[in-house]
Write a protein that binds this ligand. Structure first.
Ligand code: ACO
Length: 320
């Protein structure tokens, strides 16, 4: 049995934050941000928006695209590291909002790589015939975790949600998923030392911290190894790939991965120019955008990959 993508959806908050807006807040420039990252603007969740409220429309769009009702689902896996509560999980709240009961629903935390981890878990359940339809969501509000005075981070992150329904199928589907973690890099990227959980933390400890250029170097190396391993594992050549759907952190990291795959940027789905880095939501948002605008067609071979805090990184080779 294989897991096949039966539907996708996404949601972006209405509020736009452009590079020019950021020029008014911190010492930065539109040119610097575009040159170093490829980002021109990002969407910011409103005061009444959360991981759960953003996940609902993304999930409904994915279910509608799959021709399914929420009641058809056997499981909900939601990748996030910015839910507004420690518990109940965002997945349980999403389950309730979708009007479903009595199916397992849980969150997965692997920062920007979270969606790859959630998708891998869902794939295992379907392969093992323990589930027929699983809703996989990636949603984050990391812009909220950035210190508004820190030009190193606020230029990078935006908010959003992306969703995918994986369904049991005789045809592949997801060929393989590959996950990695390396906790020794935890000092380079992290967020949310929240006082409620950690009596020793100060208010400043709660903000997202990042040693950008060091993260950049490890990301390029690990993603290059990851995409090569993913293709080799499946005995698929670079030329057989139709699309790369990368995590949207930085255009230069994406270019390095595409170069490794001998792919032109025409075969790479890029949304970061107008979404920024939406963390766990970035891969499913990019995937849904390219499915809905007709670039990705049934039968195309896709390589999905993401890298983020932990460090954690992962990939999936998929026939759409
Ligand atoms: N505007 C203007 N100047 C800036 C800004 C800014 N917004 N931010 C930093 N600078 C300055 C720095 O202070 C530094 O100045 P200095 O030389 O006087 O010290 C200079 O620009 C260069 O800084 P670098 O950090 O070396 O710049 P770099 O080319 O590495 O680009 C960036 C920075 C964009 C952050 C890049 O390193 C990057 O994208 N890193 C990876 C981010 C990432 O992938 N994160 C992983 C996912 S996130 C997650 O998991 C939650």
């Amino acid at each position: 049995m294989h897991a096949r993508i039966s539907g996708t959806g996404h949601y972006l908050p209405r509020q736009r934050l452009t590079n020019h807006d950021l020029e008014q807040r911190v010492d930065t420039s539109d040119q610097w941000i575009r040159d170093r990252t490829g980002i021109a603007e990002r969407r910011i969740a409103g005061a009444d928006e959360t991981v759960v409220t953003m996940s609902v429309p993304a999930a409904k769009a994915a279910l509608a695209a799959a021709g399914l009702h929420a009641q058809d689902l056997d499981m909900i896996v939601l990748a996030t590291t910015s839910a507004d509560k420690a518990f109940p999980s965002a997945a349980c709240e999403l389950q309730h909002a979708l009007g479903v009961t009595d199916i397992p629903a849980f969150d997965v935390g692997a920062a920007c790589a979270g969606f790859m981890f959630a998708m891998s878990i869902a794939d295992q359940y379907i392969r093992n015939r323990q589930a027929k339809h699983i809703l996989v969501v990636g949603a984050d509000v990391l812009a909220r975790l950035c210190n508004p005075n820190d030009r190193n981070t606020i230029v990078l992150f935006g908010d959003g949600a992306g969703a995918m329904v994986l369904s049991a199928s005789e045809e592949p589907g997801v060929h393989s998923t590959h996950l990695h973690s390396a906790g020794e890099f935890s000092e380079l990227l992290g967020a949310g030392h929240v006082n409620a959980f950690n009596a020793a933390a100060s208010d400043d400890d709660a903000w997202l911290y990042m040693k950008g250029s060091e993260v950049f170097k490890v990301a390029v190396n690990k993603l290059s190894e990851l995409v090569a391993d993913t293709l080799a594992h499946n005995q698929v050549s670079q030329a057989e790939l139709d699309w790369l759907i990368p995590h949207q952190a930085n255009r230069r990291i994406i270019q390095a991965t595409a170069k490794k795959l001998n792919m032109s940027l025409e075969q790479v789905v890029l949304t970061l120019e107008y979404t920024g880095n939406t963390s766990a939501a970035s891969v499913p948002i990019a995937l849904d955008v390219a499915i809905r605008d007709g670039r990705i067609q049934r039968g195309h071979k896709l390589l999905l990959e993401a890298f983020g805090g932990g460090f954690a990184w992962g990939s999936a080779l998929v026939t759409y």
